[in-house]
Ligand binder design. Structure first.
Ligand SMILES: Nc1ncnc2c1ncn2[C@@H]1O[C@H](COP(=O)(O)OP(=O)(O)OP(=O)(O)O)[C@@H](O)[C@H]1O
Length: 821
């Protein structure tokens, strides 16, 4: 073991270069690091002053290296003759107007040796999209330099554009920090493949977080000048924040002192406290279509936790189990010994647009473990024990009290794309059939509409008629208030699409058409139906969407001869829908209220992924916090309509929560929202289900096809959730985030029951012995008893948790994302 209290830095880079671009003198930054001006630098080409220009920003910036920048109108290369081995390359950008140049016109690509690191990149757009807002940006990559190779960094301005950079940093790193070769297989989440990181990929760091702690500055890193940010912006709920504990960290050969600074391991988030079990969850916006490497760092520093099997948890990545039986003591061999675990996941890109998705990381306590006796031999696999005298969950809760240290480090990595330069750069151009940004006014056929051709594709009427054999009835797959929906094939049959054609006699019309395009083209999410484009020729109003092969959710519940969907799959569909709604309510710039959530507006793709459709009625929520509703004439569908909205004509996102509550009961009971010929008290599903829930007879109206499958705890939770969504008073309904959590918790309860062999086929009656104690409530869901907490309550809770925070706390994380964007 190495003593961590010694004054020396654990790592001294062999190469350490700081180049202040656009500067002719040497400068010093806020961390007192010394930068060389690039004008007469050995790393710049000798003709630098003829091939590029230097500029000072139009805004007064005091910080080096942002004061000056170098501007390139043609290809430009810096060359760094560094030692062989992996290097951090950090590029500093301050995207403002330089000289006469409009920063919004700066698009460029960046290559380093064989890798395309940035592809048609706009620093301005990247910074503008960041939340919270920032003024400058550092892009960090890891590139391996081979023996006798020079590290070249080349800027390639896009056509009619220019590139710029403010500073370049090159720092070497320990050979095997991330590149761990064939001896270290990394599990790939979702299949049984192993992943190996050798010298071939280049990586981009996306997130490096000090979980539960403050920012750890570059000078407090272990010698590589890595910045560790707090994780608050990425936690899903602010749970598990646990006071910093100043203990000595025992680094080991497998996790040497340079891995991460000590403070990273002594600040933390932990999983529990008294009777609460915290699920720890983070979400990270990432581009779809790449592999991601997550490096999670852990260290058990709670002195009471010394045994393996004492604190065991499950790690989920993107809702898939990445690791069962996670046990830090077992992994590391003892307390205060840090350890890290790597996982790779592919974030798929179903629509081929590399749109942003949230990458979820969650850790849940695993309930089946109890500690080994203190003298027990150390074994590598966790031992499951069943001690009938001690409730199984009690052991875990007992050991979690007070909070042990689980550090999560998602090290944001990215993965690579190795491309040949010319091809990589050529591929940045949009497909010819897509209307380019600058080409908005070109269509000759459109009737002067101001539709957003930059955001989605505009089709000609010929393309649509040929896709649908001139709107042949055989191609009709549905009909709604808007008109017929056709199935069609575009791009020479390569893509199947759904084509909605506005019926001129429809009472929905031009306004919905515009709304749908305006809304959907700005909203992108795995759980929203993607709008591919539109056609507005010859006064036609046609919308083109991704084709959802399995049709509507309703078709799989009732009124069709389709195979009934199993309960767990129904839960997954509800979870997906809740995610889509959550994105609408909170994920985009402004709250979007769908206004017509119902089972025919939830579509299912080939893989049963739920997607919300039909945004023709959507409304944007209020802009400022002073107003919490939008006044509007009532729209929506019979049986799903929020009674409060109906009465007051004031729309909030809780109206969607109400409609979603109806969908939840539709899914549970497999019956329509309204059945007119039933006895009066049963006509309206919302009222009838609430009535049964309150009387404890909900199990009697469950769809007979799933009655045997559904675990009693799961039904209880699900019923409670549906009931809370349908509360009369919108304030008392949970927010969609809590609904989402409730659904995930329901799924967890179902899975736990099934794992114990009691949920599946075990009968729908009372809870069998060994099922989870029902009182074990998830802290992430609304209170179980009486009225649910209001939004105000939630805010109070949140601010209490924040104010309770002590300065130093942690789980930390790094994520990296494949490059080549
Ligand atoms: N993207 C799609 N992929 C596959 N089928 C679709 C798609 N969009 C719509 N459909 C089918 O077309 C039907 C009609 O859809 P549409 O959204 O026009 O109406 P609706 O939501 O059922 O009713 P309304 O417009 O009155 O709310 C749907 O029920 C579904 O069967």
């Amino acid at each position: 073991a190495v003593d961590d209290n010694s004054p020396w830095l654990p790592y001294t880079p062999t190469d350490y270069i700081l180049l202040d671009c656009g500067s002719s003198s040497n400068t010093t930054d806020a961390s007192l690091r010394s930068w060389d001006g690039d004008v007469r630098s050995q790393f710049s080409p000798s003709n630098i002053e003829n091939t590029s220009s230097n500029a000072t920003s139009s805004k007064s910036v005091i910080q080096v290296p942002y004061k000056t920048s170098r501007i390139f109108h043609s290809q430009f290369t810096y060359s760094f003759p560094v030692s062989a081995g992996p290097k951090f390359i950090r590029l500093y950008f301050y995207p403002v107007n330089y000289s006469e140049l409009d920063i919004t016109n700066s698009f460029f690509s960046l290559t380093s040796n064989d890798y395309t690191l940035l592809n048609n990149f706009s620093a301005f757009l990247t910074v503008s999209a960041m939340k919270p807002a920032v003024a400058s940006l550092i892009k960090e990559f890891i590139v391996n330099v081979r023996d006798n190779q020079i590290l070249n960094i080349t800027f390639w301005p896009s056509p009619n554009s220019y590139a710029f950079v403010n500073g370049i940093e090159v720092v070497s790193m320990p050979e095997n920090l991330y590149i761990r070769g064939n001896d270290h297989p990394i599990p790939q989440v979702s299949d049984n493949q192993r992943f190996y990181i050798d010298y071939n990929p280049a990586l981009e760091t996306l997130y490096r977080l000090n979980v539960g702690g403050n920012e750890v500055s570059i000078t407090n890193d272990t010698g590589m000048f890595r910045l560790w940010s707090p994780d608050d912006d990425y936690t899903y709920e602010d749970y598990g924040f646990t006071p910093h504990r100043d203990v000595a960290i025992r680094y080991r050969q497998e996790t040497p002192p340079y891995t991460a600074p000590k403070i990273i391991y002594t600040t933390r988030r932990t999983m529990g406290n008294d009777s609460l079990r915290y699920n720890l969850t983070w979400k990270f916006p990432v581009d779809s279509g790449f592999y991601y490497l997550l490096r999670l760092h852990f260290c058990e520093i709670q002195l009471e936790v010394t045994l393996k099997n004492q604190r065991v948890f499950i790690i989920y990545i993107n809702n898939q189990t990445a690791q069962r039986g996670a046990d830090v003591i077992q992994w590391s061999g003892g307390t205060r010994i840090p350890v890290f675990k790597d996982y790779v996941i592919m974030v798929t890109d179903p629509d081929g647009r590399q749109s942003k998705q949230d990458l979820w990381l969650a850790m849940y306590p695993e309930l089946d473990f109890r500690p080994d006796p203190p003298s027990g031999p150390f074994t590598l696999s966790p031992q499951k024990k069943n001690n009938k005298e001690t409730p199984r969950w009690a052991v875990i809760i007992g050991t979690v009290v007070g909070g042990g240290s689980v550090l999560v480090l998602i090290l944001g990595f990215l993965i690579f794309r190795r491309r040949r330069r010319v091809k990589a750069l050529g591929s940045t151009q949009p497909k010819s059939s897509w209307v380019p940004l600058s080409d908005r006014s070109k269509s000759t056929k459109t009737s002067g509409s101001s539709l957003p051709s930059d955001l989605c594709r505009r089709f000609s009427l010929e393309e649509i008629t040929s896709a649908t054999c001139n709107f042949d009835d055989n191609f009709v797959i549905g009909a709604g208030g808007f008109g017929n929906v056709y199935k069609g094939h575009i791009d020479n049959g390569a893509t199947t699409v759904a084509i909605k054609r506005l019926n001129p006699s429809s009472n929905q019309g031009a306004r919905e058409f515009q709304t749908e395009i305006g809304m959907l083209s700005k909203l992108r999410h795995l759980h929203l139906v993607s709008l591919i484009g539109y056609c507005n020729d010859n006064r036609e109003m046609i919308l083109i969407y991704d084709y959802m092969a399995r049709g509507t959710l309703r078709d799989h519940l009732y009124k069709s001869k389709k195979q009934p969907i199993p309960w767990k799959q129904r839960l997954q569909i509800c979870i997906g829908t809740a995610r889509g709604l959550h994105y609408l309510h909170t994920g985009a710039k402004r709250t979007t209220i769908h206004r017509d959530v119902k089972s025919t507006n939830i579509l299912l793709d080939e893989k049963w992924v739920a997607k919300i459709s039909d945004f023709g009625l959507s409304k944007l929520g209020p802009i400022d916090a002073g107003h919490n509703h939008v006044s509007t004439t009532v729209k929506g569908s019979f049986g799903y309509l929020d009674p409060e909205y109906y009465k007051r004509q004031q729309l909030t996102e809780k109206s969607d929560v109400y409609s979603f509550g109806v969908v939840l009961f539709e899914v549970l009971c497999a019956r329509p929202a309204i059945i007119l010929d039933l006895p009066e008290d049963q006509v309206n599903l919302a009222e009838w289900a609430r009535h049964c829930y309150k009387n404890g007879t909900l199990d009697q109206i469950v769809d007979p096809n799933i009655r045997e499958e559904i675990a009693p705890e799961c039904l209880k939770k699900f019923g409670e959730l549906g009931d809370s969504c349908l509360r009369e008073n919108g304030f008392k309904r949970p927010g969609i985030n809590n609904v989402l959590w409730g659904l995930e918790f329901s799924l967890q309860l179902q899975e736990e029951a099934e794992m114990k062999g009691q949920g599946d086929g075990g009968g729908g009656g009372g809870g069998g012995g060994g099922l989870l104690p029902v009182a074990l409530a998830s802290p992430l869901t609304p209170p179980l008893h009486g009225e649910s907490m209001t939004d105000n309550d939630e805010n109070v809770l949140r601010s209490m948790t924040n104010s309770d925070k002590l300065k130093n706390m942690t789980l930390f994380s790094e994520i990296m994302n494949p490059m080549g964007r």
